[in-house]
Design a protein around this ligand. Structure first.
Ligand SMILES: NC(=O)c1ccc[n+]([C@@H]2O[C@H](COP(=O)([O-])OP(=O)(O)OC[C@H]3O[C@@H](n4cnc5c(N)ncnc54)[C@H](O)[C@@H]3O)[C@@H](O)[C@H]2O)c1
Length: 369
């Protein structure tokens, strides 16, 4: 992003601005604080596709167009000692998800395992946040969410499934947890939006058109993805040669886990668009799992063994020309080390979005750009 006229803005100040912005638009302070924290936490780890860049275009814009409720009703509709089903009533997804994971963790703390699922929730941002909550309590955490359909099944061109992450988090004896956190498509919408903000063309392999050929026209792709005219490829890519059907199967599994237990909406019901082209709410489903490691083995023994697995992986023989082998969660930790004293990098499009929010919500805050 070196050529993007970057201004770095301290994390706590960006978080305070967003919290106050959410409050100004009508989100209660406790919920606004969670939403701002989840967003800025993504930028702390370099997950810029799901961080503060989405403050306006996803959350505020949906509130402004009347498709997202500012006040969240968190209703537990069914509960046992180890499970719960929650109805989020189209409230703020970050807040619903955080509370649902908290419930799963409390249940796991008492009984060894806890699983909660949500329906009528909304976009919850970067999935690692919720798995990390379990890691911080010495547990294994896992979360899934469905999302607006954008992935075509193997041999199809119609967007049917969301980018549906399934994110595990596990504590280790290293400075950072094991955290594979990604979409089940080759790429995901947030990254295409980021390319749009940077005015960059899409590379081969990410998006296909109705003719089954790759598309590169980022801005039009973002429009066409909402109109069924372009689709993302599942992990593994097109066809069967590279195992695209395995990514397709993973995405389907996430769709099922996120929606069938909670009876949440699924696939085309998440288009966010009426047949007349008017924006509608996107009320989706999530799942959260917490596993208390100490019910199986001493926590230190688990951490040591997973650490050993990861170290052996990184120390294994490298391909010619390759400098490093990474393990999941490592790059994000290094980004945190790099960014922690700098903050969030704001490029021009992001600055303009924040200027617009400040002006539209009449916020008295000083922006550093
Ligand atoms: N809420 C939603 O609807 C939704 C949907 C899709 C994705 N997301 C979120 O978007 C974010 C980004 O997703 P993405 O698919 O673009 O992720 P990505 O492709 O950037 O992959 C990131 C993950 O891959 C690991 N990784 C990267 N390079 C690696 C390497 N060489 N070796 C080993 N591991 C490596 C990272 O540590 C990290 O765990 C995630 O936080 C995800 O939860 C959210």
């Amino acid at each position: 992003m070196a050529d993007q006229n970057i201004t770095w803005w301290a994390f706590d100040e960006v978080e305070a601005f967003m919290k106050d912005g959410f409050v100004a638009i009508g989100v209660p302070p406790e919920e606004a604080a969670v939403c701002a924290d989840v967003l800025v936490s993504a930028d702390k780890r370099g997950v810029d596709s799901h961080g503060v860049g989405r403050f306006k275009p996803i959350y505020l814009d949906r509130i402004w167009n009347g498709t997202l409720n500012t006040k969240t009703r968190f209703e537990v509709v069914r509960e046992t000692p180890t499970t719960a089903v929650i109805d989020g009533h189209n409230g703020m997804g970050h807040y619903i998800a955080k509370r649902a994971m908290q419930m799963a963790i409390e249940k796991a703390d008492k009984y060894g395992l806890g699983m909660t699922v949500c329906r009528n929730s909304t976009h919850y941002g970067a999935a690692f946040y919720y798995s990390m909550m379990a890691v911080e309590r010495g547990m294994i955490g896992m979360t899934t969410t469905n999302a607006r359909p954008s992935i075509a099944p193997t041999w199809g061109v119609e967007p049917m499934l969301g980018t549906n992450p399934m994110t595990w988090g596990m504590p280790t004896d290293e400075a950072f947890p094991y955290m594979p956190d990604y979409a089940t498509s080759v790429t995901q919408r947030g990254k295409i939006e980021l390319y749009g903000r940077l005015d960059k063309e899409l590379p081969d392999g990410w998006v296909i058109g109705q003719d089954g050929k790759y598309r590169h026209d980022t801005k039009q792709v973002l429009v066409d993805l909402t109109k069924d005219k372009a689709a993302l490829t599942p992990l593994g890519g097109l066809g069967e040669n590279l195992g695209g059907y395995k990514g397709y199967g993973n995405t389907l599994t996430v769709e099922i886990l996120s929606s069938c237990l909670s009876q949440a909406n699924f696939m085309k019901a998440l288009m966010g668009m009426s047949p007349e082209g008017k924006p509608t709410s996107i009320e989706l489903g999530h799942s959260f799992l917490a596993v208390k490691i100490e019910n199986f083995v001493e926590l230190d023994a688990f951490k040591k063994q997973i650490g050993e697995i990861l170290r052996q992986m990184r120390a294994s023989r490298k391909a010619p020309g390759a400098e490093r082998i990474y393990t999941p969660g490592e790059k994000e930790y290094e980004t945190w080390l790099f960014r922690k004293d700098k903050g969030v990098p704001f490029n021009e499009p992001l600055k303009n979005a924040f200027r617009e929010v400040k002006q539209r919500l009449g916020m008295p805050h000083e922006l550093p750009f």
